[in-house]
Design a protein around this ligand. Structure first.
Ligand SMILES: Cc1cc2nc3c(=O)[nH]c(=O)nc-3n(C[C@H](O)[C@H](O)[C@H](O)COP(=O)(O)O)c2cc1C
Length: 170
């Protein structure tokens, strides 16, 4: 499939089937994550795989946006391992994690899986629920799974600004 076709086909999934994500597909998602670029190739990432009943119960208590997905990946980085830009002191691990999460989201689409990029949760609650994540900066939760038969894109999916509105040539 052409990349642009894949990018246009993707939409935020908000209805999942109960079917578990096979280990083989999870391995591919993690492989897509592993090959992502990072600032100075520092690879400060860490991904937590949440799919046990106990882990899913905890994450579902933190956000309404998992929509019954059988798998959630918490994507973050270790600030002590990210590249810090000397000119402004910004840790680029944040950007590295976002790029990595985007790789995962698009790989999910390529594998026929749905994905929800979840930003609506309270980080302090996440760290309290999962002390293993303390010391890291979790940037995004990705809910992933097979879409239910009645899953459809929201009206916002088709609502995009024109190229001319978001670009300028200088
Ligand atoms: C940074 C970010 C945070 C988001 N947080 C949530 C969320 O918490 N819950 C949710 O259902 N969708 C969330 N979304 C999905 C957006 O609402 C969605 O991408 C947007 O409405 C466009 O729709 P589309 O993805 O179907 O094209 C988030 C997306 C991004 C990029």
């Amino acid at each position: 499939m052409e990349f642009l076709e894949l990018a246009k086909r993707r939409y935020t999934t908000r209805r999942y089937s109960h079917r578990p994500v096979e280990q083989e597909l999870l391995d591919k998602l993690l492989e897509a994550a592993r090959v992502a670029p990072s600032a100075k190739n520092m690879q400060p990432w860490h991904i937590w795989v949440l799919r046990s009943d106990a882990a899913l119960a905890k994450v579902r208590a933190l956000t309404a946006s998992t929509y019954g997905a059988p798998l959630v990946l918490a994507v973050g980085y270790d600030p002590s391992k990210g590249w810090v830009r000397p000119s402004d002191g910004k840790n680029k691990g944040e950007m590295d994690s976002i790029i990595q999460a985007t790789h995962i989201m698009l790989e999910a689409e390529d594998l026929g899986l749905g994905c929800t990029w979840i930003g609506s949760y309270e980080p302090s609650e996440l760290y309290a629920a999962f002390p293993e994540m303390e010391g890291f900066e979790v940037q995004v939760l990705l809910a992933i799974g097979y879409r239910s038969d009645d899953c459809r894109a929201s009206s916002r999916h088709a609502d995009r600004k024109a190229t001319s509105e978001i670009t300028s040539e200088l």
